[in-house]
Ligand binder design. Structure first.
Ligand code: DQA
Length: 222
């Protein structure tokens, strides 16, 4: 996949019209619809957006919970079944992002993203075990993101990307976040995230900046 399909631009869904406008002016070939920003029924917003965004872009739908840096307040069981419902509604090629705890509560998925957002890095063996568990539960991508103030924490997130050979993505948040995202891409991560220039998100570098820097590395043909 071209590098721009591996850089997923985050679009907060506050209204369907504005989210569609942002997604259609997408700077990269992947969009993440953050449905936890939506106050109404996320299934309705998702269905509407699936009819509008019919050009072939990679789409990730996320309902990020408060415990994982998002806005969704539903109890785990409720969110897990809503995510399974979104998977049933997903057009071909669209991915639903489950937090690993929601994935365990729902009993599995078919080709989803399994996301983990711990406060501290897991040990290498814990990270590998979590990635294998996500695969057993049906995920096609395992994602591990944590605050990484120390260089070793950034190196540890690169290790899991390299070790998992295309199945895992991982990067750190904080001062080294841009370099960490570029490292993940260089090591073959299936996706990283960047913000939309017209909808900035604190701590998330703009996706055109990630793309521009990646191309500067001379790896653009990969
Ligand atoms: O999990 C992530 C990563 C993220 O928090 C970031 O920092 O890029 C952005 C979120 O929208 C996405 O769901």
């Amino acid at each position: 996949m071209a590098v721009d399909g591996r850089i997923c631009t985050v679009v907060p869904v506050e209204s369907v019209g504005e989210a569609a406008r942002l997604a259609l002016s997408l700077p990269t070939g992947c969009v993440e619809l953050r449905l936890d920003f939506y106050r109404g029924d996320p299934r309705e917003a998702y269905m509407e957006l699936s009819t509008i965004l019919n050009r072939p872009a990679r789409v990730v739908a996320t309902l990020r919970s408060r415990g994982h840096g998002g806005l969704d307040r539903r109890p785990r069981g409720e969110r897990a079944s809503l995510l399974s419902r979104l998977e049933d509604l997903a057009p071909k090629g669209w991915l639903v992002d489950f937090e690993v705890e929601d994935l365990a509560a729902s009993g599995g998925c078919s080709g989803c993203i399994a996301s983990s957002h711990p406060q501290r890095p897991p040990t290498p063996s814990e990270a590998l075990e979590a990635s294998a568990e996500a695969e057993r539960r049906g995920a096609s991508i395992y994602k591990l993101v944590y605050p990484g103030l120390e260089p070793w924490e950034q190196a540890a997130s690169a290790w899991i990307v390299a070790e998992a050979r295309g199945f895992a993505t991982s990067f750190t948040l904080g001062p080294g976040t841009l370099a960490s995202r570029l490292t993940a891409l260089a090591l073959g991560a299936p996706l990283v995230f960047g913000s939309h220039p017209q909808a900035p998100l604190e701590g998330v570098p703009p996706s055109p900046e990630i793309l521009g820097m990646y191309l500067k590395m001379g790896l653009g043909g990969s």
